[in-house]
Design a protein around this ligand. Structure first.
Ligand SMILES: NC(=O)c1ccc[n+]([C@@H]2O[C@H](COP(=O)([O-])OP(=O)(O)OC[C@H]3O[C@@H](n4cnc5c(N)ncnc54)[C@H](O)[C@@H]3O)[C@@H](O)[C@H]2O)c1
Length: 255
């Protein structure tokens, strides 16, 4: 059965990896509830999916707002049904600023969106999954920044490290309900987030893959994690980074 006919809630759905995930899951017959703050991006996603004859609902929601998230999940349940999938991609990556110089309010905002936003969505989604009693699939987005240094992005890195801990703890708590929780830790992926803050060209020189990933490559992994075949995989942190996490600073041999 997979995701066909089931409700998939995707956050950060208006752009990049969330958008590719929404299109992928809709292509597999999921009823996609697309959450984002970007109304225009949501409208074009909903049009694109609706044109294929699959139902999709766009909800303009700031995931850091617990009340708005709860209201959105209530609306999703009433309109499409209870969530089976939560793919929580929404995040912000403000320009690099040394942490002792970054405005504390901006630091708090990064944690509110990137960490608490995921907590609010996971909390609302798991209530519905447990009530429905048919298990579920939760996919979280970390980053190579959780395990490697990205100077100037301390709050982003700390938030993403928090996501990895959250994912492992949720996997343990939700296993008895047949809900799996896995975290993807992408490297550079070709989305607006990357084009706004491009890495140094030297990054690609040491990267075994030698290029950025495509959002569709991430969506392919999400599709597997949502499938019935992935039931034994939970609590995992999956690097999808073109080999960066194995390089350890060594230069790619010129062979
Ligand atoms: N692109 C990369 O190189 C890269 C690398 C590592 C990790 N990531 C992670 O991948 C995930 C997806 O990012 P992306 O590359 O698709 O970036 P993106 O900027 O294309 O998409 C992020 C989406 O999140 C939305 N968003 C931002 N704040 C929000 C809020 N408060 N409420 C709801 N929606 C909000 C944005 O409007 C946007 O549509 C993020 O968690 C990001 O941290 C990205």
């Amino acid at each position: 059965m997979g995701v066909s006919g089931r409700v998939a809630v995707v956050t950060g759905a208006a752009s990049g990896q969330g958008r590719a995930t929404s299109l992928r899951l809709a292509g597999e017959g999921a009823l996609v509830a697309a959450l984002d703050v970007d109304a225009g991006g949501l409208a074009s996603l909903v049009d694109e999916i609706s044109d294929t004859g699959v139902r999709c609902r766009g909800l303009e929601v700031d995931v850091s707002d617990a009340g708005a998230v709860a209201a959105a999940f209530a609306e999703i349940e009433a309109d499409l049904g209870r969530a089976y999938v939560l793919a929580a991609a929404a995040a912000i990556y403000p320009p690099g600023v040394l942490s002792h110089l970054r405005d504390p309010d901006e630091t708090a905002r990064i944690f509110d969106v990137n960490l608490m936003g995921v907590v609010h969505c996971a909390s609302a989604a798991t209530r519905q999954m447990i009530e429905e009693g048919r298990g579920g699939r939760i996919i979280l987005w970390s980053s190579i920044g959780a395990g490697a240094v990205i100077a100037g992005h301390a709050a982003y890195c700390a938030g993403k490290a928090g996501i990895e801990g959250l994912g492992r703890a949720l996997a343990a708590e939700l296993g008895p309900y047949g809900i799996t929780v896995n975290t993807i830790a992408p490297g550079a992926i070709d989305t607006p987030m990357l084009s706004d803050t491009p890495p140094d060209p030297a990054y690609y020189e040491v990267l075994p893959a030698g290029r950025a990933g495509a959002p569709e490559e991430v969506a392919h992994l999400v599709s597997y994690l949502c499938s019935d075949a992935s039931g034994f995989m939970t609590g995992a942190v999956l690097a999808l980074d073109g080999g960066l996490s194995g390089v350890n600073g060594a230069v790619r041999p010129d062979v």
